[in-house]
Ligand binder design. Structure first.
Ligand code: ADP
Length: 150
């Protein structure tokens, strides 16, 4: 059976930290879905369809990677696309505390789901979408944080 992984996130924006997690885990899975979670209560900094296109372009050389937008529970979406592996990146202990709880809760939603964690590459650990947004809003150059041009 094909091993399908779901890498879920807000990706507002998708950064070189996210790209690194995807590239490092590509040979672990047969198919790879980058899932952009849509939350109608939240206003995004970068439009979700534009973000989808930019991520697709980033991985155009990797046909096993596709990008989808989903709404609602991540584990429900994983079940729908039969992705038994949820991929998440860990930067620090704050990420760990949060992810630990979410991973345990997800099993209650779909018992077959297994969360796989990759520790961030040290040179990318300081990158977060919120820092990129803040620098961009302030007129700073964010080119070195992103795997594409905005
Ligand atoms: P969410 O809103 O679900 O936390 P994010 O888009 O912020 O979504 O992050 C998605 C995933 O990528 C999370 O597992 C997060 O820990 C991980 N991540 C974020 N930034 C980095 C980075 N610089 N290096 C590695 N993983 C990261």
């Amino acid at each position: 059976m094909k091993k399908i992984a779901l890498f879920p996130g807000s990706f507002d924006p998708f950064t070189k930290g996210h790209e690194d997690i995807v590239l490092r885990s590509l040979n672990l899975f047969d198919e790879f879905v980058i899932g952009i979670g849509h939350n109608s209560q939240k206003v995004r900094y970068i439009d979700i369809q534009i973000m989808k296109g930019l991520i697709e372009k980033t991985f155009s050389a990797h046909p096993q990677v596709r990008v989808e937008i989903y709404e609602g529970l991540t584990a429900k979406f994983a079940e729908k696309i039969n992705a038994k592996f949820l991929l998440r990146g860990l930067r620090n202990t704050t990420d760990f505390e949060y992810e630990n709880t979410i991973a345990q809760a997800n099993v209650h939603v779909w018992s077959e789901i297994e969360t796989v964690f990759l520790i961030t590459s040290p040179h990318l650990a300081y990158i977060s979408s919120s820092v990129v947004r803040d620098i961009h809003k302030g007129g700073g150059d964010v080119g070195s944080f992103l795997p594409y041009q905005i």
